[in-house]
Design a protein around this ligand. Sequence first.
Ligand code: FAD
Length: 321
Amino acid sequence: MSILVYIEHAEGAIKKTSLEAVSYGKALSDKIGGGDVIAVALGAIDSGELKKAGIAGASKIIHDANDKLTAGVIQAHADAVAQVYNQVGANTLVLAKSSLGDAVAARLAIKLNAGLVSNVVDLPETSDGYKVKRSIYTGKAFAETVINTDHKILAVKKNAVDLLTDGAEADVESVSLSIDEANFATSITSTDKATGEILLPEADIVVSGGRGMKGPENWGMLEDLAKELGAATGCSKPVSDIGWRPHHEHVGQTGVKVAPTLYVAVGISGAIQHLAGVNSSKYIVVINKDPEAPFFKAADYGIVGDAFEVIPKLTEALKAI
Ligand code: FAD
């Protein structure tokens, strides 16, 4: 039995979360002494880029380059993945927890009569079915869910697994799947708003400002820092409510949920509703002049200091590297 991993891509690149899903698939295969880890990608993407899935742990990549298979045609994706899943004789599908991943996984669970667990944070215990640990309540707690269906779908949370970087080059096999036209009838179009050049929900680094920045005229400082780091910019809710920043930059429970490798919070107190949007970040750096600011409890690194002194120095130091 093999493990199939569904790969998402955007703007010509495989999403990091999908590479993490491949690495998860490989670790699962090693744990259960299972068979091949096969990745499937749909739509227009360069086969050289797809080979990255091999480095992350896949032994083969199956690709249908049909350019009608954009990320928005979810039913067509579910149909295509189900076909590949059955053709390769898989018993487990792994994918990244994401909007598209959730939508495809739910449809596949029906098609394949599979148990589905989303937000998975660790390899399952496999003695009796799969006992899977997953993140709940926006990362504040964990739950264990047992699935003992023959077919299993695991949607892996971002940053929950280490990305394998020493896998082998894998072959890309081109296929042309026969997908029912009706599955292309409904399409979701994406209207991501760019902030600078990097999209906030996908950003690997985010520099975010709060009310401590005092006013919109001071955002240039954060943008300079973001530029040096190659980061997207975000903000707290009050900042967008007052109109200092656009609403699509608002991070938190009621805004965008981000899961970057690095989240830099400047002049943000760390209210629970803000933390709900950032607590899947791998590393959190907090810059706040109040040592009692609650955000420091969630931080990996903290700087107690005035943002107007710390940020320019930090940017200068980064420029000097
Ligand atoms: P403040 O709480 O005013 O904090 C400003 C911080 O800046 C302080 O910690 C202060 O010490 C620091 N500071 C001041 N001057 C400086 C300086 N010169 N240098 C360094 N630090 C400085 N909030 C969100 O962000 N996202 C959400 O999605 C969200 N959803 C909500 C949903 C509900 C239902 C409710 C009730 C609230 C929600 N909120 C949300 C609001 C949330 O409760 C907080 O009020 C908000 O996050 C606070 O924003 P802030 O940290 O920017 O401002």
